[in-house]
Write a protein that binds this ligand. Structure first.
Ligand code: C2E
Ligand code: CA
Ligand code: CA
Length: 617
């Protein structure tokens, strides 16, 4: 209003000043009023501009405040709301009619209580904030909003009195933090605790051990997992590991912990046991669970595990010492042929070192030609009498001539070669050497070569066999491959495929060491073997044990019915020879006829006897 009249007023005043007849005093006064009017007009214009600017700034501020993701409330020194943004209202589903400027903290929280987004004590809550703010202290609270969302409220006092509260929905952030913490402590494939958490849990368990109580650490390694992984692919391997993890969990009581330490290595902490037989019982349960076939992406896989056990306090109360001892026990179990368990024993350390030494020396022997193949004749019965028999076959047996230790038995170094994968290289070399040797023998004498289950599962076995035959020129029907049941135990289907590939090459297949291991007669129905080799242990007991002779008898009958040959291994005495002959065994092999001998000797022997039976001692 004033603004509207000030300009004409000033004009009128100016006109009046110009009008003569006014006294000087009157003119001066008028000039002063006119000046005031101009100043007032200027001031008013500025005021109008300022309030326009303030309005714009306030709108901008409002846009900004309502567009931050956090809830924000500005309180004055009497705990009344100055600004409350939309995200805050949305977060707790509040009415803008209540939560508006001028409303008190108490009214706001009471409204939240009424609408169900606050379930604490309103008075106490407000008093705490106001007290802290008045002391210049900030506060941080975590609360839960509807829908189980996690909310963080931070109150920061302001120098001007009052405070600003930021309210943040930290659900996603918390989830991300939890996920990171989870990934740092759990194995993503199996959801089992990883090595880090395993160590922490073991330390806790050791600390919580009560007098008279023991604790067992089991290290579990899946036997020949690498081969399954290589042969059937990583997705199948992963599925198997998940399956093993599930079965392990199923074996444990609530306070025990199963963990995956990496690769195919698992571990279990068995708490609160009284003696080692409780650990043995758990191991047996674990073995039982793991030995049951796994269905992995269409493959039926039978697997097994080596387990090493260390007990606290007996084998150590220190975490690292206990783990080292469990590891040594596992190494011991692997060294004893796997598929078994071992408790830690003093001296294992020494043996483990010796084994590692052996591995190094074996690598050296392979590269420097320290290995040799010997040949042991196998005699076939003719006209019902072995005396008329021929050498029908010779078995290739590896020999390692160690510079200091002399000849080392393959029984000692083959397991090391299998464990390290060296067996593939070694096996291929034996195959090539033996085929090249056998071409020099009479046509009816076959060569038998042992094939390790490890080699058997490499997908190139059939190809390697074909290559050895091609480069030596040996007809396929003169090569016999000796495989053990272990080949069939793992993945029946994959193993059978390779067996059939070999058969298609025209190679003969013998089932070695029959009667040891799982000795299931069902293996005989799965594949039409050409030959069964009855293990030495039965032959040894033949004279003294009725059970042994009836087993031999049964095997001979089954074999005869399916056109298979039976070879008795380890025939050392005349008595064994005649008993075996009565039982109808068709081939024999053993020291009674000849031990394994170097190639020069076997050639001489075959020549001297014209392929006829090597005379018994
Ligand atoms: P195997 O296949 O059962 O071989 C027969 C073993 O019995 C040989 O031991 C042989 O020397 C021994 N033997 C033969 N006749 C008699 C006897 O009358 N009495 C006694 N007590 N023993 C007899 P060796 O040569 O020490 O071989 C041990 C094992 O090492 C073999 O058992 C076989 O499983 C493995 N092996 C040997 N050479 C190779 C190879 O080239 N490749 C693979 N994968 N394994 C091999
Ligand atoms: Ca053999
Ligand atoms: Ca054998």
């Amino acid at each position: 209003m004033f603004a509207l009249c000030s300009a004409p007023l000033a004009a009128a005043v100016a006109a009046g000043i110009a009008t003569s007849g006014w006294s000087l005093r009157e003119r001066l006064l008028l000039a002063a009023v006119a000046g005031l009017a101009v100043v007032a007009g200027l001031l008013l214009r500025r005021h109008r501009q300022t309030s326009q600017r303030v309005g714009a700034e306030r709108r901008q501020l409002s846009i900004a405040v309502n567009n931050i993701p956090q809830g924000l409330i500005l309180y004055d020194s009497s705990a009344r709301v100055i600004i409350c943004n939309q995200p805050y209202l949305d977060m707790f589903g509040l009415s803008p009619d209540v939560a508006k400027p001028g409303c008190t903290l108490h009214q706001l929280i009471a409204h939240r209580k009424e609408t169900g987004s606050f379930d604490g004590d309103v008075d106490e809550f407000c008093e705490t904030i106001i007290r802290n703010v008045s002391l210049g202290k900030g506060t941080r609270q975590l609360t839960e909003a509807p829908g189980g969302r996690a909310i963080e409220i931070i109150n920061r006092p302001l120098n001007s009195g009052g405070w600003v509260a930021t309210i943040e929905d930290i659900t996603e952030r918390t989830r991300a933090d939890e996920k990171i913490a989870y990934l740092a402590h759990y194995d993503a494939l199996t959801d089992l605790p990883n090595r880090v958490l395993f160590r922490a849990r073991l330390q806790q368990a050791l600390d919580a051990m009560r007098p008279g109580e023991q604790l067992a650490v089991h290290y579990i390694d899946i036997d020949e997992f690498k081969d399954i992984n290589d042969a059937l692919g990583h997705p199948v391997g992963d599925e198997l590991l998940r399956g093993v993890a599930g079965r392990l969990r199923g074996c444990l009581k609530e306070t025990d912990v199963a963990a995956r330490l990496g690769g195919d290595e698992f571990a279990v902490i068995q708490t609160a046991i009284r003696n080692s037989s409780e650990a043995t019982r758990l191991v047996e349960e674990i073995h039982f669970a793991i030995r049951h076939p796994f269905e992995c992406l269409g493959h039926l896989i039978t697997t097994d595990a080596s387990i090493g056990i260390a007990l606290a306090p007996g084998d150590g109360l220190d975490l690292d010492q206990l783990l080292r001892n469990a590891d040594l026990a596992l190494y011991g179990a692997k060294g004893d042929g796997r598929r078994t368990y071992r408790f830690f024993e003093a001296g294992m350390d020494e043996r483990a070192r010796a084994r590692r030494g052996l591995e190094l020396e074996l690598r050296q022997a392979i590269s420097e030609g320290g290995l040799e193949v010997y040949y042991q004749p196998v005699i076939a019965i003719e006209d019902g009498d072995i005396a008329n028999g021929n050498v029908s076959c010779c078995e290739a047996l590896l020999r390692w001539r160690h510079p200091e230790r002399g000849i080392i038995s393959p029984a000692e170094f083959i397991p090391v070669a299998e464990e390290t994968g060296l067996i593939n290289q070694l096996g291929q070399w034996v195959l090539a050497t033996a085929c090249a040797e056998a071409v020099n023998w009479p046509d009816h004498v076959r060569i038998a070569v042992n094939v390790s289950p490890v080699q058997f599962r490499s997908q190139t076995l059939a190809l390697n066999v074909a290559a050895a035959l091609a480069s030596s020129g040996l007809p396929a029907n003169r090569l016999e491959l000796e495989v053990t049941e272990a080949v069939l135990i793992r993945d029946d289907e994959a193993a059978l495929v390779v067996l059939h590939q070999l058969r298609e090459l025209g190679v003969r297949i013998a089932l070695d060491d029959f009667g040891t291991g799982y000795s299931s007669l069902s293996y005989l129905h799965r594949f039409p073997f050409d030959k069964i080799k009855i293990d030495r242990s039965f032959i040894r007991d033949l004279a003294g044990s009725a059970a042994s002779s009836s087993i031999v008898q049964a095997v001979v009958s089954i074999a005869a019915a399916s056109d298979m040959t039976t070879t008795a291994e380890g025939v050392e005495t005349e008595q064994q020879r005649s008993l075996l002959q009565v039982l109808g065994c068709t081939e024999m092999q053993g020291y009674l006829f000849s031990p394994a001998v170097p190639s020069v000797e076997v050639r001489g022997l075959l020549r001297a006897h014209g392929g006829k039976a090597v005379s018994a001692a």
